[in-house]
Design a protein around this ligand. Structure first.
Ligand code: IPM
Ligand code: MG
Length: 359
C-alpha cells in the first residue's frame, strides 16, 4: 500500500479558487489513473478571510497555529494572493512571504518551456530554443526585511530595506542549481546578478566559483541582470539553468513567462528539498476577472505536475506535463489569453488529453 500524500490547499484571492479547482480535478484524475491516494486540507486565508475576520481591526492573515499545521503536509497548492481591498503587500507578505521565508522554502523553481512556437511572442523562436529553468533564491534579499521609513512624509525622509545575503542561503541555492544542471542534457548553468553595482552580491560571485569546482562537468556562465533580460529576448536558447537572487528572479521570471506564452502557463515550486514544499502559478490574483470563469488554469495544472514530481509520483507528473504539452501543440487551442477558452473548458481539455495518453 503506497503512502497517502497530505496536501494542503490555499486557493487564496481573486481567480485563485477557480484555477485551483481545475488543478484539483487533474490531481484527482491522475490519482485514479496512477493509483495513489491523497488527503486535502483546505485553508481559507487570503484577503476575503482577512476582511471577514475584521480587516484593519485585527483581521486574521495566517495564524501561527494554522501555519504550523499546514507545514505538516507533504505539499501545499496555492492559487493566488493579492487584492486591492487590503493594504499593499500585507496579505502577500503575511501568507506567501511567511510560507516561503519562515517555512524555509529556499528554492523558487521556475521552468520556462515553450510548448509550441505559436505561443512565443518572439519572432522565429522554436520550442527547442526556449527550454530553461530559473532557480530563484527564495528566503533572502530585499524581500525579507521590514522596510524602514525615517522621518516618514518629511522633507528628509529616508526609506530603506536591505539587500542582505548569507553564505548559507547563497550556497544552498547555488548548490541546488548545480545539482539541477547535472540532471539536464546540456549541463549549463548561468549565474545572474548585479555584482558590478550591488557589491554585496560579490558573495554570489565567490560562492558560485567555489561550488563550481565540485561540478567540473557543468559548463558555467555569468550575466548581469540587465544583460540577462536582453538575452532572454534576443537569444533565449543561451539559457539552460540559471541561478539568481530573490528580487532579480522575481523580475526575470515574469519576462520568461511571456517568452513561454504568458502568465497563463507559468508555474513554480517553492521548494525545501525532500520536505514540505509549495506549488503555485506565478501569476497574480487578477481581481477583475474573479468569478468569471475566464482565467487560464494551465499554470496551476503545470504546478500540479511539479507537485506530483515532488511527491515522488514521477509517472503521473510526466503524464500531466505531457497532456498539457499535447494540448498546447494541438489545433484545439485558440490561444492562451484569458477568456479564449473558459477556465473549466481548459480543465476538460487537459482531462481528455490525459485519458488519451497511452501508458
Ligand atoms: C511571485 C510574486 C510575489 C513575489 C509577490 C506576490 C509578493 O510576484 O511569486 O513572483 O514577488 O515573489
Ligand atoms: Mg513575481
Amino acid at each position: 500500500m503506497s503512502k497517502t500524500h497530505k496536501i494542503a490547499v490555499l486557493s487564496g484571492d481573486g481567480i485563485g479558487p477557480e484555477v485551483v479547482h481545475e488543478g484539483l480535478r487533474i490531481l484527482e484524475a491522475a490519482a485514479d489513473r496512477w493509483g495513489f491516494s491523497y488527503e486535502l486540507t483546505e485553508y481559507p486565508y487570503g484577503t476575503e478571510h482577512w476582511l471577514a475576520t475584521g480587516g484593519e481591526d485585527g483581521g486574521e492573515i495566517f495564524p501561527d497555529e494554522a501555519f504550523a499545521e499546514a507545514q505538516q503536509h507533504d505539499a501545499l497548492l496555492l492559487g493566488a494572493i493579492g487584492d486591492p481591498r487590503a493594504p499593499v503587500g500585507l496579505i502577500e507578505r503575511g501568507v506567501i512571504g511567511k510560507l516561503r521565508w519562515e517555512g524555509g522554502l529556499y528554492i523558487n523553481l521556475r521552468p520556462i518551456k515553450l510548448f509550441d512556437e505559436r505561443w512565443c511572442p518572439l519572432k522565429d523562436k522554436s520550442p527547442e530554443q526556449v527550454d530553461m529553468v530559473i532557480v530563484r533564491e527564495n528566503t533572502e534579499d530585499a524581500y525579507v526585511f521590514p522596510a524602514e521609513f525615517e522621518d516618514e512624509g518629511g522633507p528628509n525622509e529616508v526609506a530603506s530595506q536591505p539587500m542582505r545575503y548569507t553564505r548559507a542561503g547563497t550556497e544552498r541555492v547555488i548548490r541546488y542549481a548545480f545539482e539541477l544542471a547535472m540532471t539536464r542534457p546540456r549541463k549549463e548553468l548561468t549565474l545572474i546578478d548585479k555584482a558590478n553595482a550591488v557589491r554585496a552580491q560579490d558573495i554570489y560571485t565567490r560562492v558560485f566559483e567555489e561550488v563550481a569546482k565540485e561540478y567540473p562537468e557543468v559548463k558555467t556562465d555569468h550575466a548581469y541582470i540587465d544583460a540577462a533580460c536582453m538575452w532572454m529576448i534576443k537569444n533565449p536558447e543561451w539559457f539552460d539553468v540559471a541561478v539568481t537572487t530573490n528580487l532579480f528572479g522575481d523580475i526575470i521570471t515574469d519576462l520568461g513567462a511571456m517568452v513561454q506564452g504568458g502568465m497563463g502557463v507559468a508555474a513554480s515550486g517553492n521548494i525545501n528539498p525532500g520536505q514540505f514544499s509549495l506549488f503555485e502559478p506565478i501569476h497574480g490574483s487578477m481581481p477583475k476577472a474573479t468569478g468569471k470563469n475566464t482565467a487560464n488554469p494551465i499554470a496551476t495544472i503545470n504546478a500540479v505536475a511539479m507537485m506530483l514530481e515532488h511527491l515522488g509520483e514521477t509517472e503521473a507528473a510526466a503524464a500531466v506535463e505531457g497532456a498539457v504539452a499535447d494540448l498546447l501543440r494541438s489545433d484545439r487551442v485558440k490561444g492562451l489569453k484569458a477568456g479564449l477558452h473558459s477556465t473549466s473548458e481548459w480543465g476538460d481539455m487537459v482531462l481528455e488529453q490525459l485519458s488519451a495518453l497511452s501508458v
